[in-house]
Design a protein around this ligand. Structure first.
Ligand code: GDP
Length: 138
């Protein structure tokens, strides 16, 4: 059970000034910010990050969205980080997200859904290295 996970405040939420409120929400849930940066993903980078969805009909639109503005990748730490963060962000589609979850509060649509969270310990490790290669995560 990993205590480290990766989140991204996506371009819809970052661009509309919701990063501070989302970070406060995550801190209130007991997450500690271990590393963070602001970046503007390129098409190749976004495509690589979401490579698992390459064959899906929404892939092109997802890459376009993720490259449409700046976003904020963040490494978070707390006990049982991966599973807890998935609960805190809510379902992919905000109309299905539980009340009080980050997506229920901040997401605009199933695609423009404010936040990413790693979905397994294995993916958390891969995604942390993707955005913070060689970083000493103390
Ligand atoms: P997540 O783990 O909850 O983020 O969901 P997925 O891994 O299934 O999908 C990755 C991202 O692709 C989601 O967060 C959405 O931004 C986007 N996405 C997922 N499903 C759809 C869809 O049916 N249509 C569109 N347009 N985007 C989608």
């Amino acid at each position: 059970m990993s205590d480290t996970t990766l989140t991204i405040i996506k371009p819809d939420a970052f661009g509309s000034g919701k990063a501070g409120r989302i970070l406060a929400h995550l801190e209130q849930e007991g997450f500690e910010i271990v590393a963070a940066r602001v970046t503007h993903l390129g098409v190749a980078e976004a495509g690589e990050f979401y490579a698992v969805h390459r064959e899906r009909p929404f892939f092109g639109s997802l890459v376009e969205f993720m490259t449409s503005g700046r976003c904020m990748p963040i490494v978070l730490r707390r006990e049982n980080a991966v599973a807890h963060l998935r609960r805190v962000i809510g379902a992919t589609d905000p109309t299905e997200a539980e009340e009080g979850t980050v997506r229920a509060i901040y997401a605009e649509s199933k695609e423009r859904n404010a936040i990413h969270a790693s979905d397994s310990d294995e993916n958390a490790a891969v995604e942390v290295s993707f955005f913070f290669p060689g970083t000493d995560l103390i």
